[in-house]
Ligand binder design. Structure first.
Ligand code: SF4
Length: 363
């Protein structure tokens, strides 16, 4: 999965400096914005379900943020069109992702969860913003250059991807955008687009600020590359317990520990590193000490990790089963979310059209 924007931890500093904007969302959406809350936008490309790297690095924080701010969470299927994909699978990928987001704790009563292509205003604002987006800066986007180098041919959508991202953010007047290192450049471009828009058509948008988070790069089970579904080195959030146990039993460990009586190096061990996300501190310390003194071996350490993982992910699996047992429920939630999002987006676009001197759209 390629997150468009990743998210922050709840401990990140948040300064409530645009509460008026945050408050305005309440008039339109069913989810109200209390004074002092920021408006947060974050999106993820639909890749079906996600793995524990996505969960630990992003989704877990989305869940926390929905209690602190007015959050718009979006499955960005239009962004996904820039890559080659099988159209027959797209709907399933979108729904699977939505199911897992809900199962992980995204609550439609507290946040707006919707699919990008259901709100046509994203595309319309993206076109308008492309009329002020600087070509030179777009061509210098690192992700564009990297993806462009790998692609058989470079489509224009790949080039204007950051403009659509700017539209995603500005439609909801988002004041904070959770970003990882790899998205800082795109957010900077959004800020530049805001300056150019305001300069040309009058002050309308605020420059969104990042919600920084500590980079959390979860390696795959090979212990070498980033965890990824395409590399098949992942544990899925929705994996069954027996699958998790099997995958962890094959996870990479310290190659220098040849015999069980050799002391281990938990500080640099992949398995031991993962333990801190799934076990209480005291248990992690006990396991690490066991490895360090060769009291336990890799099999014991992996078994403990797998069981902790199974226990952590069990409630998510249970909620997922419940959602899947209600046919049409997830679509209903997404449609309701799109309805909320659309109300806010239409209001923004009406103001934009007025600034641009375009005819008002009939309701
Ligand atoms: S003994 Fe422990 S620290 Fe060493 S490789 Fe195995 S799991 Fe890692």
């Amino acid at each position: 999965m390629a997150p468009v924007m990743s998210v922050t931890t709840s401990s990140d500093p948040v300064t409530p400096e645009s509460t008026a904007t945050a408050g305005s969302a309440s008039a339109n959406g069913a989810v109200t914005a209390r004074p002092g809350r920021e408006v947060v936008f974050s999106g993820m490309q639909p890749s079906g379900g996600f793995h524990i790297g996505n969960y630990l690095g992003a989704v877990r924080d989305w869940v926390t943020l929905q209690d602190q701010h007015r959050c718009f969470y979006c499955v960005v299927d239009l962004h996904a069109l820039t890559q080659s994909y099988d159209a027959a699978e797209m709907k399933g990928r979108v729904l699977d992702m939505a199911v897992e987001l809900l199962a992980c704790g995204i609550d439609p009563e507290r946040a707006t969860l919707f699919v990008q292509s259901e709100v046509a205003e994203h595309s319309e604002l993206a076109w308008i913003l492309s009329c002020v987006a600087p070509y030179g800066e777009l061509s210098r986007m690192t992700q564009f250059k990297e993806k462009g180098e790998r692609a058989e041919y470079v489509n224009t959508g790949l080039f204007t991807y950051p403009v659509l991202m700017a539209a995603d953010i500005l439609l909801y007047r988002a004041t904070r955008v959770p970003v990882g290192e790899d998205q800082i450049q795109h957010l900077e471009l959004t800020r530049e687009i805001v300056r150019r828009f305001n300069n040309r058509w009058g002050e309308l948008f605020k420059e969104p600020l990042p919600l920084h988070r500590e980079p959390l790069r979860i390696l795959g089970l090979d212990g070498k590359q980033k965890m990824s579904k395409s590399l098949n080195n992942y544990v899925g959030v929705g994996d069954a317990p027996e699958v998790i146990r099997k995958k962890i039993s094959n996870a990479f460990t310290d190659e220098t520990r040849l015999r069980k009586k050799d002391p281990g190096h938990p500080e640099s061990c992949y398995v031991c590193g993962l333990q801190r996300f799934f076990s209480p501190e005291a248990k992690v310390a006990e396991l690490h000490e066991g490895c360090r003194t060769a009291r336990i071996g890799c099999v014991d350490s992996k078994r403990a990790l797998a069981e902790a993982m199974v226990e952590t992910l069990a409630p998510i699996g249970e909620r997922k089963r419940q959602l899947l047992s209600q046919p049409g429920r997830v679509e209903e939630i997404l449609h309701a979310g799109a309805e909320q999002a659309r109300r806010v987006a239409r209001e923004t676009l009406a103001e934009v059209r007025e600034r641009l001197g375009l005819l008002p759209r009939r309701p």
